[in-house]
Ligand binder design. Structure first.
Ligand code: PLP
Length: 452
């Protein structure tokens, strides 16, 4: 590898009689080195994708295996990419659980794709830090446009789209669903506390079901909300949260002087694939001015198919909706899409305005500063990734891709039903097929992975 780095050790050891040597300054983005190494890494990954189905899906290593293979401390002098890649091949690949393997069935699908990777690569290469509009106008504007596109494809109500909500609503790209739940919960908390006073935080109460993802309880903990209700669901109701259970829990809380603020409804729960009935839940929530967030982390993608859109019927009553494009939408990690009806609720809680970020564009209020819609300040140009996915595959192909998975799930369900050793965990409606059998695969992931 060409040494385009700071002087190496030898250069340093000049004796006092020789003239001082000019140090070579490192160019960390040397274009030719980038081209050469970039090609090598793409080749490496292309070879990996060719071979990945041959590997055991679950890594076979023992805990702490890696320490034995790597030096105790970081290198002081540069190492060539060739030997780094050799180590990746020899020591890292064996320690990988192969999420990109076609034999992988755990957790949620490995949703990498050529377009998702290319988008990620473009984003990393351009390396902009688009915290506000001025820090990279295209990053902000593309995000707004792409989120409107995707919102339209999902047939989200107009209030969730930036353009057609008179700029009141809109979408934002976060890293994960945990962030989406936390940001919206904090917005709901502050909205209520601004009416009743911050010292009443101990009275706030939030609702989910016993199937709601653990990110909800964690978000409540971070937000300082002690009263978290995990309302019991039943197998006979396909583990969905019933509106009357929600209502009776609210009644009892209100009777005890508590103040309901937030419901996390789920479309496609992690353990049982249940779909909470949004319409009825939103009706209850409306009565108590409760913020409804809909977490459709993996199942949301399927709603771009008209035949599965009914999974989110009733979304018009919700305040926010999120799904992870990195779960089932061919977008490389991490990419959570969050839409809100009222982005002012988010920005009231999350905006910051330090001197060093002030600029005319922000002050004009004519631009979006996405830093104020999220937890962190810095943010990647994730919209490029989603834009490439949408453009490279097109909505119709994406729909067909999702349908092919649903068909596989239905075939799998048929096979499971034929086998007396297995039972279907919940009575399911047509829509549940979207995700149901896939979940069965998850439940048996350990044995499937172990035997692969
Ligand atoms: N919600 C649901 C329904 C999930 O299935 C998951 C993860 O699988 C999450 C939330 C958490 O997602 P993230 O890891 O993006 O925070």
């Amino acid at each position: 590898m060409e040494m385009n780095t700071l002087n190496n050790n030898n250069n340093n050891q000049s004796d006092s009689s020789s003239p001082p040597q000019r140090k070579r300054v490192m160019n960390p983005v040397d274009p030719e080195e980038f081209r050469k190494q970039g090609h090598m890494i793409i080749d490496f990954l292309a070879d990996y994708y060719t071979k990945v189905s041959n590997f055991p899906v679950r890594s076979q290593v023992e805990p702490d295996y890696l320490r034995k293979h790597l030096p105790d401390s970081a290198p002081l002098v540069p190492e060539p990419i060739e030997s780094i890649l050799e180590d990746v091949q020899e020591h890292i690949i064996p320690g990988i659980t192969h999420w990109m393997s076609p034999n992988y069935y755990a957790y949620f699908p490995s949703s990498g794709s050529v377009a998702g990777f290319m988008g990620e690569m473009l984003s990393s290469g351009l390396n902009v830090v688009g915290f506000n509009w001025i820090s990279s106008p295209a990053a902000t504007e593309l995000e707004t446009i792409v989120m409107d596109w995707l919102g339209e494809v999902l047939k989200l109500p107009q209030q969730f789209l930036y353009k057609s909500s008179n700029n009141n609503g809109g979408g934002v790209l976060l890293g994960t669903t945990c962030e989406a739940v936390l940001c919206t919960l904090v917005a709901a908390r502050d909205k209520k506390l601004s009416q009743i006073g911050r010292n009443n935080i101990g009275k706030l109460v939030v609702y989910g079901s016993d199937q709601t993802h653990s990110s909800f309880g964690k978000a409540a903990q971070i937000a300082g909300i002690q009263n978290v209700r995990a309302i019991k669901t039943k197998r006979s109701n396909s583990f969905a949260l019933k509106a009357d259970s929600l209502l009776s829990t609210i009644h009892s809380d209100v009777k005890n002087g508590l103040i309901p603020i937030y419901l996390c409804a789920t479309v496609g729960t992690t353990a049982t694939t249940s779909i909470d009935p949004l319409m009825e839940l939103c009706d209850v929530a409306k009565e108590y001015e409760i913020w409804v967030h809909v977490d459709a982390a993996y199942a949301g993608s399927a709603c771009i198919c008209p035949e599965f859109r009914s999974c989110i019927d009733g979304i018009e009553g919700a305040n926010s909706f999120s799904f992870n494009a990195h779960k089932w939408f061919l977008t490389n990690l991490a990419c959570c899409c969050l839409w809100v009806k009222d982005h002012n609720a988010l920005t009231k809680s999350l905006s910051t305005n330090p001197e060093f970020l002030r600029n005319k564009a922000s002050e004009s209020k004519q631009v979006i500063d996405y830093k104020d819609w999220q937890i962190t300040l810095s943010r990647k140009f994730n919209a490029l990734k989603l834009w490439l996915v949408l453009r490279s595959y097109g909505v119709e192909n994406l729909r067909n891709f999702l349908r092919s998975h649903v068909n596989m799930a239905m075939t799998f369900e048929g096979l499971v039903k034929l086998d007396k050793r297995f039972a279907i965990g919940a009575t399911l409606t047509e829509e549940h097929h979207v995700i149901m059998a896939w979940k069965l695969i998850q439940e048996h992931a350990d044995s499937l992975l172990g035997s692969s």
